[in-house]
Design a protein around this ligand. Structure first.
Ligand code: SAH
Ligand code: SF4
Length: 404
């Protein structure tokens, strides 16, 4: 079901060392040409695909459910191992379909246990995902696009020119390869492990998830389904920079929790930090959030707010922020700015961040400060970028976008 024991041994030895680069470097596998990938298909798509290869209509739904269990519950990658299907049916499946996942090109382990995966997907593109272990939970941060079409001036991903949407298979695949690496698939006959290593998934890696809505939705359906990866919708958080027309759909069609990259309290500053603000400004964004279909105290919206020295971190900003969001059940997540080579900003001083947090807290909002994780391996928020991407923006372009 998993990597060979040698890779596992190397992996656990690596976990004990502070910083390890390129622990696992796998040769590029030949893509299974011509056979359709069944990873990431919705139940209905899979059912229809099974009918297409000759599965009787009255059996297709059940066969789709059985395949889901093998794929997403047991982590099986070989049709031959699906023992509750007849031998001839397994052969038929193998003839028409493939089970293809992103490949781990390299894995880095931070001194704090954070793991960053560089994954190769079709077309030779690369994306990153990050596993963040904490005491009571483990969060996997996944990407929705290669790069990002938006150009937030403080974000490393936004400096990468090349962009393509990930398929649903590539989005679900990130969860599956992380489970491989963590050795998290259940073992038949052994007691169920109730504490899951990956207990939460956040769409906070590379890309704007709401610009790839359908694929993100279909992938999350697999992640949330009881016969799929089986994580509750409340354990999934989608972060958007503010694609206003897609916000209501997120509640209706996915049903996960929402985080919004707010980052500024005036349109003049937000235009520079999060340029999508020029299209949908603070007022439009707050309107969509007030109307968010699932809004309640138990399902508050997370406002992400990156702390940039001298740019958006004054007491006045903090007071304006709480006024703006008045009436919206919310939590304010303060993110100390994570630096990257050529970044045109600095992180606010710790005392400043605490003073800001205090004003927000006293106004009645939880205001946790997000501890930067995996900084030594460039795995912290906003530091992701496929290191091998050749097409880059110049420093001058980055500075121009930041308005310097
Ligand atoms: N594109 C989506 C999700 C990915 S970014 C979005 O923008 O919401 C996840 C979070 O990290 C966002 O809040 C983003 O604004 C923040 N971020 C980006 N660059 C950062 C940096 N250098 N330091 C700290 N946070 C950053
Ligand atoms: Fe894209 Fe989000 Fe980075 Fe902005 S912060 S450039 S939307 S990934």
């Amino acid at each position: 079901m998993k990597t060979e024991s040698t890779a596992e041994g190397a992996a656990s030895a690596a976990a004990m060392q502070p910083v390890v680069q390129d622990v696992i470097t796998l040769p590029r596998k030949q893509a299974a040409q011509g056979r359709a990938n069944i990873v990431g298909l919705t139940r209905e798509q899979l059912r229809a695909a099974l009918v297409d290869i000759g599965t009787p209509e009255n059996q297709a739904k059940m066969r789709a459910a059985q395949l889901w269990q093998w794929l997403y519950h047991w982590g099986v990658r070989d049709f031959a191992a699906m023992t509750n299907l007849s031998k001839s049916y397994r052969a038929l499946l193998a003839e028409h379909f493939a089970i293809r996942l992103p490949e781990i090109v390299s894995r880095q382990v931070s001194a704090d246990g954070t793991r960053k995966y560089l994954l190769r997907i079709d077309g030779g593109h690369e994306v990153e995902s990050v596993y963040i272990p904490e005491e009571s939970r483990g969060t996997l941060c996944i990407s929705s696009q290669v790069g990002c079409t938006l150009t937030c001036s403080f974000c490393h991903t936004g400096t990468q020119k090349l962009v393509r949407n990930l398929t649903a298979a590539e989005i679900v695949g990130q969860v599956m390869v992380a489970r491989d690496d963590l050795g998290e698939w259940p073992v038949p006959g052994q007691p169920k492990n109730e504490t899951r290593l990956i207990s939460n998934v956040v769409l906070m890696g590379m890309g704007e998830p709401l610009y790839n809505f359908e694929n993100v939705r279909d992938a999350m359906k697999v992640v949330m389904d009881g016969e799929g990866i089986s994580l509750s919708r409340r354990r999934i958080t989608l972060s958007t920079s503010g694609v206003v027309p897609e916000i209501a759909r997120t509640a209706e069609e996915i049903g996960c929790l929402l985080a919004v990259s707010f980052h500024a309290t005036t349109d003049a500053v937000r235009d520079k930090l999060v340029p999508i603000n020029k299209r949908w400004n603070i007022k439009a964004l707050l309107g969509a959030l007030r109307d968010y279909p699932r809004l309640s105290n138990s399902e508050r919206i997370t406002f992400e707010y990156v702390m940039l020295k001298g740019v958006n971190d004054s007491d006045e900003d903090a007071r304006r922020l709480v006024k703006l969001i008045a009436g919206i059940p919310a939590k304010i997540n303060l993110i100390p700015f994570n630096e990257w080579p050529g970044a045109p900003y600095e992180r606010s001083d710790w005392a400043r961040i605490e003073a800001f947090a205090d004003i927000v807290y006293k106004a009645g909002y939880a205001s946790p400060i997000r501890t930067p994780r995996g900084e030594d391996i460039m795995a912290a928020c906003g530091q992701l970028k496929s290191a091998t991407e050749r097409a880059r923006k110049s420093r001058a372009e980055i500075a121009a976008e930041a308005g310097h």
